[in-house]
Design a protein around this ligand. Structure first.
Ligand code: C2E
Ligand code: CA
Ligand code: CA
Ligand code: CA
Length: 278
């Protein structure tokens, strides 16, 4: 099923409806879509290379639109951000993720879960408070949660971002720097932000085993992160050779189609039971 995840919203972007009209109407439908169950959360496993086990998942949001079909988060997340709907959407994703993490814990397969937190939200005190309250009231151990933030998040308003991240850390949640390597001023953020984990962007990882420059960048990033006491996740691992390269380079965790596509919670349970034989 996960393999059928397409990018088929292009097909609906026809001449009768230009992109702007589509965006306005989608934005108006978003809240209702949550109520109708059209917004779902799928989980992509992160494989721990030392334990050889799936220890964690990343929550990724999906919109199965009643008439437009599958919509990519790359389409509606930016819309929600611009239209002031990203806070509600994010809280919904966190709520779903916590519910599933608690369920996996109940059945004796405790894993940790990461949720993407948009740049914009790190500047909002009311969002930070709402998120803290949600985590506190849910009964989950905050140690089971990670928030993934991008460098651009930190760049918009570095002071506000740092302050929000410190609040989450104080609660017990881990912080991961997502899409590492694609932004700017990276090194100063590594120093200033309270990070636990660094995710090397797919664009460096994908051909790290073939392309010398990519390989050098990935290896030295892993060493740098380790020197700073951070765990390293490589995202977008699609080939066995790439996995072997990452293993040799001391990478802690890998995520990508080679391990598994993002899957619904029910399918993840069976992946957890089977384990990964690599
Ligand atoms: P991201 O955080 O970098 O997430 C990783 C994206 O790469 C996901 O796409 C995932 O399906 C895809 N991916 C994973 N492994 C592979 C691989 O081996 N090869 C390739 N080619 N791709 C792989 P997805 O789910 O379409 O999400 C795209 C972006 O949308 C995410 O990028 C994230 O920035 C954003 N996003 C998704 N869910 C949420 C959410 O709940 N909240 C926020 N704020 N953003 C979200
Ligand atoms: Ca992410
Ligand atoms: Ca990423
Ligand atoms: Ca990425």
């Amino acid at each position: 099923r996960a393999l059928s995840e397409g990018r088929n919203w292009h097909a609906h972007d026809t001449a009768d409806e230009d992109a702007t009209d589509r965006d306005v109407s989608l934005l108006g439908e978003l809240d209702e879509a949550i109520g109708k169950g059209e917004i779902r959360v799928v989980y992509q496993p992160k494989l721990d290379l030392k334990k050889n086990r799936i220890v964690s998942v990343e929550a990724l949001v999906r919109w199965h639109h009643g008439t437009r079909g599958f919509l990519s988060p790359d389409l509606f997340i930016p819309l929600a951000e611009r239209g002031g709907r990203i806070d509600g959407l994010t809280l919904y994703v966190v709520e779903r993720t916590i519910a599933d993490l608690l369920q996996w814990q109940r059945v004796g397969r405790p894993i940790t879960g990461a949720v993407n937190i948009s740049a914009k939200l790190l500047g909002s005190d009311s969002f930070t408070q709402a998120l803290v309250k949600l985590v506190r009231c849910s009964g989950i151990q905050p140690q089971l949660l990670t928030f993934e933030v991008t460098e651009s998040a930190a760049m918009t308003d570095p002071e506000a971002a740092a302050s929000a991240l410190h609040t989450f850390r104080a609660l017990g949640v881990s912080i991961s720097m997502d899409d590492y390597g694609t932004g700017q001023s990276t090194l100063s953020y590594l120093k200033r932000l309270p990070l636990n984990e660094l995710k090397i962007d797919r664009s460096f990882v994908q051909f790290a085993h073939q392309n010398r420059a990519d390989g050098v960048l990935v290896r030295s990033t892993i060493d740098l992160a380790h020197e700073l006491g951070l765990k390293v996740v490589a995202e977008g691992v699609e080939h066995e050779d790439c996995l072997a390269f990452l293993r040799n380079s001391g990478c802690d965790l890998v995520q990508g189609y080679l391990i598994s596509r993002p899957v619904p919670a029910a399918e993840l349970s069976s992946l957890l039971d089977k384990g990964v034989s690599q």
